[in-house]
Design a protein around this ligand. Sequence first.
Ligand SMILES: Cc1ncc(COP(=O)(O)O)c(C=O)c1O
Length: 390
Amino acid sequence: MTDRRIYLDNAATTFPKPKAVLARMVETYARVGVSPGRGSHDLAVEAGDLVDDARARIARFFGAPDPDRVVFAANASDALNTVILGLVQPGDHLVATRLDHNSVLRPLHHLAERGTISYDLAPFDERGFVDPDAVAALIRPNTRAVVMCHASNVLGTVQPIAEVARRCAAHGVPLVVDAAQSAGQVPIDMTAQGIDALAFTGHKSLYGPSGIGGLVLRPGIDVATTRFGGTGSNSGSLVHTQAYPLRLELGTLNLLGVIGLTLGIAFVEGLGLEALHRREMALLARLRDGLAAIPGLTLYGAADLDRHVPVLTTNVADVDPQDVGAILDGDFGIAVRVGVHCAPLVHRDLGTDARGAVRFSLGAFNTAREIDAAVGAMRTIAGPRSRTTG
Ligand SMILES: Cc1ncc(COP(=O)(O)O)c(C=O)c1O
């Protein structure tokens, strides 16, 4: 076991967080960690200004025209629940895809089980991409929205969102995008790409802390309030504030999270999103090439890394993924994700639903040396056959 752990589970959450993000987060919270927008004292005003600046920065980052339509949430799952539950009416139909994460599939399943909605799922091809025409073919007169992931958390494939958006617009159906894996990895411009609602999480490639994320809406899409509480405005009324963004927020904001998210986005912008992505994808190609040379490994959807985030999923023939994970962790100090990765239908379609798979995912702080160590460890796990031939 090596001294230094090698963290290759960045699709779960990026780790470590940039030191400057952590330090400035604590420093700022220590200075103005009061309840923003609640009260007129200087600190509350300053905290409120931080939150306003954060909304503006996030709107800019995602190409959204209106900072007031940046709604904070606990994470992408929370944001997806907010938008899905706030959009649907009884009798509606939704379209999603078989690539989607449980944070999309479970709300849909729940609503369908209760008889509120029906839904259909578009398939993905053998390379891990959804065909925009297959999505469009599922749209019905009562389709309320198309909801789908931008990047798959199992296969890493980046979906043709703008093409899907064009078809949705032609049918007058809003497109809701789950950007949990893509935000901070690939440029997102909601206006240019035609995305109506974007759910994101702060703790992955935006390098913020866990517990903060959001929902960004384009003007013109209205989401009903489905949870209610204090907002710090119109406090004399029993009706939840209907103006955005408070319409979809409740209770005291996670200010520490908002500060950290803003700093995380500044970190990505400072290094350059495309430069960061290019570097991580070069390391992913090194990993893919190294693993591809090991007999007995199956690599899922990694033949062409062109439209990918730095996620690579594999299995070693005859070795249970749980065992692979345990050996990587225990013998080599390498942290990966194993099992079924919260996207059960992807695993069903890949034939990995019984045991799951081994997922490597990269972040800003990984190095070529770490990738080579991971390849070497996988060669050892794959057995003598690979050591003599590989
Ligand atoms: C594609 C996708 N969607 C949604 C989520 C949910 O993100 P969070 O756990 O931050 O809510 C994840 C997290 O792994 C994901 O990979």
